[in-house]
Ligand binder design. Structure first.
Ligand SMILES: NC(=O)c1ccc[n+]([C@@H]2O[C@H](COP(=O)([O-])OP(=O)(O)OC[C@H]3O[C@@H](n4cnc5c(N)ncnc54)[C@H](O)[C@@H]3O)[C@@H](O)[C@H]2O)c1
Length: 282
């Protein structure tokens, strides 16, 4: 099925970036937030992304104008029913996402593919909130969306080949590299990344080295562009903890046990960059 119109539900950090790359690739985009203020804030985020592209000469002024013209901000979910593909990018809460999927399933044409940008929630469980589980799939973009080339395409238990093929083709049109993975806790990205970040937190907790030296070892010795503790601060320590809990619960394996220091920082409200303090002070 050829995808021409894309609905993006949620215009936060990820949704605004997803709308931006979709509009640049020529798709008509409907971007939804539940109130006027939130729609305006989402369009503002999108505008910030487009302005950065213009400043870096990634797009011309004319192209920037065409990108803006292809995005329509809406409040009512019904206004995006008439699309070929939905990318859901609301908060990481299963009940909220299931509600959106059930409503989309009721309103969208039978052919519409429903995808989620979730970092950790089971695609199979989201699909179960619909009557079209074969057309539900994960499209896991990475932050910042305009820069990061990967889309993890997450295949749920019931996802059809046709659905996977359609979103792989759409991701390629966005100039991204889609990589197919199965629907297991953390997919591949967070299953590999989060235990590494957690191990770095354990090193700090056990006094193996300072935060700077732990990050320095991984940057200088492993050629990582950013150390694991600085990366955890960037992602958000609450987000890291939530994903580790999904891994721990999902596999029932103690190797995913979140480090007590991570839990303590989250309890104290030290969530990383977004709160001004995590492993480092900002
Ligand atoms: N931030 C990241 O680095 C990152 C990376 C990959 C995937 N993700 C995933 O992307 C999703 C969004 O994350 P984010 O960082 O953009 O969050 P965010 O908090 O920046 O944005 C979420 C947006 O969803 C909106 N929203 C909430 N309920 C809604 C609803 N019912 N309908 C429409 N909009 C609604 C909120 O108003 C908010 O603007 C999550 O599932 C997250 O796990 C995030």
């Amino acid at each position: 099925m050829a995808i021409e119109r894309i609905g993006v539900v949620g215009a936060g950090t990820m949704g605004a970036g997803i709308a931006q790359v979709c509009a640049r690739a020529g798709f008509e985009v409907v971007l939804r937030e539940p109130t006027r203020e939130l729609v305006d804030a989402g369009l503002q985020r999108l505008e910030g992304g487009i302005a950065r592209w213009v400043k870096k000469n990634v797009v011309s002024d004319d192209e920037a104008e065409r990108i803006r013209d292809r995005v329509r901000g809406v409040i009512a979910l019904e206004e995006l029913f008439d699309v070929d593909l939905v990318v859901e990018a609301i908060i990481e809460q299963e009940e909220a996402k299931r509600g959106v999927f059930a409503a989309l399933d009721q309103g969208c044409p039978a052919a519409t593919i429903l995808s989620s940008n979730t970092s950790s929630i089971s695609i199979t469980r989201l699909a179960a909130a619909t009557e079209r589980p074969d057309k539900v799939v994960g499209m896991h973009f990475f932050n910042p969306v305009p820069l990061m080339p990967l889309v993890e395409v997450v295949r749920g238990e019931m996802t059809s080949d046709a659905t996977c093929d359609a979103v792989i083709a759409a991701a390629e049109k966005l100039d991204k590299t889609p990589l197919a993975v199965a629907d297991v806790p953390g997919f591949v990205s967070n299953r590999v990344l989060m235990p590494m970040l957690n191990e770095a937190v354990f090193c700090l907790y056990e006094g193996v080295a300072t935060a700077e030296n732990i990050d320095g070892v991984m940057k200088l010795g492993m050629n990582h562009p950013m150390g694991p503790l600085a990366l955890a601060d960037l992602i958000g320590l609450d987000v890291c903890l939530a994903i580790l809990e999904v891994l721990h619960d999902g596999f029932g394996d103690p190797k995913y046990r979140p480090c007590p220091l991570l839990r303590r920082l989250v309890d104290a409200g030290h969530l990383g960059r977004k709160s001004g303090r995590g492993f480092y002070t900002y």
